[in-house]
Design a protein around this ligand. Sequence first.
Ligand code: F6P
Length: 371
Amino acid sequence: MRGGNDTANIRRVGVLTGGGDCPGINAVIRAVAKRAILEYGWDVVGLEDGFEGLIHGRSRPLSYEDVSGILTLGGTILGASKVSNPYRYAAGHGGEIVFEDVSARALANARALELDALACIGGDGTLGIACRLMRDGLPIVGVPKTIDNDLRGTEVTFGFDTAVAIATEAVDRVHSTAQSHHRILIVEVMGHKAGWIALHAGIAGGGDIILIPEIPYSLEAVAAKIRDRQTRGKRFSIIVVAEGAKPKGGEAVVRKIVERAPDPVRFGGLAFILAGDIERTTGIETRAVVLGHLQRGGSPTAHDRILATRLGAKAVDLVAAGDFGRMVAVQKGEIVSVPLDIPGAGPRLVPLDHPLLAAARAVGTSFGNEI
Ligand code: F6P
């Protein structure tokens, strides 16, 4: 924090990766570091484990060599944390969790590291914290990250394409058993409160029924669709369900509460409950597969590598231009920047008039709400 908005004074930029891992993070780190080093001649510092590194002063220099060869790697070479928030830091006191404001320490560490700017790669939680640090004096730019594709201000996030590709392959593969054994196969995908992954993978994989949080389902409608397929000679059905989907008048299935995390709710397991309900209702053998973290792991797709590279380079250009408090984003296919606080307005859900819903219905796909 040496030069404030005076970009001529920039010598050193930090980069951190908050929230969950996501395919393409390393491609962003690489782009940030290479652009900063090659174009501007700055030093780059990687903070370890998200804000944890800022709070405890854990960092390491990132040279050109350090970021060479990481484009295709899953995860984040810097480590990440979903629980570390400098404004509400969970400290253990005699087995009890006590939350403390350690933001002054985090800001002091940024000064000690002589960071002139910080690029925060993360989702709504990370970017919300970034907004507060920015207001408290740390010049920040944001890079939106999530497989869920639910961040406001950007049309797409890197990691989403990879998650959809993995989920689609899973849907493709369960067809074999569903078709051979005349079963119903349910594939549960991630997405938190949004149905983007389920919608895309459901259409790409030819799911017969797609259940998303934005359209509460009824068991009767799901069963009716399965019976309708049977009368047409289709003895199997594939259901793609978002982890956050819920029945009409009901709630999503919570798998776990992570008390220390800013966003403590973890969804998951609906597919197993639904499998039992459907088997009882239709009399057809039903199986469930929950993909979970498989969707976040491994190498990013070409699309995500390209997007991550463009976003990372643009983030550095924002720093060079003194455009702090901004998040790089995609709008109308172009890389732009928007205010950093936009993702804080809540998740970007699937609008009920989204063209992909119509496209799916056009080929007979049910959203489990037809009766
Ligand atoms: O936001 C990414 C995501 O994978 C969501 O789709 C999912 O709900 C959540 O993170 C899972 O979190 P965790 O890795 O803490 O179980």
